[in-house]
Design a protein. Sequence first.
Length: 232
Amino acid sequence: MIGERLSLSVVIPARDEARMLGACLRALAEQIDPVDEIIVVDNDSTDETEAVASSWAGVKVVTERRRGITYARNTGMDAATSQVIARIDADTFVTPAWARAIRHAFASDPELAGLAGPAGFTKLSTDDRVVGRGMYGLFRTVHEVMIGSGPVMYGHNMAVRRAAWAAIRNVVTSGDGAISEDLDVTLALRQAGMRIAYEPDMVVTIAVERTLRPRKLAGYRRTNQLTMAKYR
């Protein structure tokens, strides 16, 4: 129904993220429009990730001992119970109106399956001033030109309708680190004929020093090619 308040789960895969996770959860707790469910997936951490997550009221911790982002993502997404499932990383800090923007986008368009949003850089941003969106937008544009489609959903800021996730659950890759796991979800939705939109008010900040590491950037081209080949 257009205009209804949709329930919203947030899934956070985390391995050895005790240092960053508390601030991530604090930002979620400060939402103007509170989320209904927060799931932290402890992906076989060796630090205090599970303890940090458990210390927050209302946070559900699930364990996935098989190491790998696809295993952790799938376990978390499968455990979510809301109508819409958002996915962020443990070093993602959502802005106060983030959940409201997600709910509004999905409630306004019953055919919408997936949602992507912008990001700025945490160390450069203060309070409600998000810095770095232009640079991030350029990266997004270049990436979407490379793969020939957009918008792409990234794991640090994405949301899918629960029914859409169920429809592609047996299509997305599990356990293959050579696949771009977020591009995999994007292309699986597109192959199924579902629509993805970009929501400019769905704003987060990310740790650019972790996101744009040279080794990580160098691997994008190969993982993109392997993932796109899966859907040809």
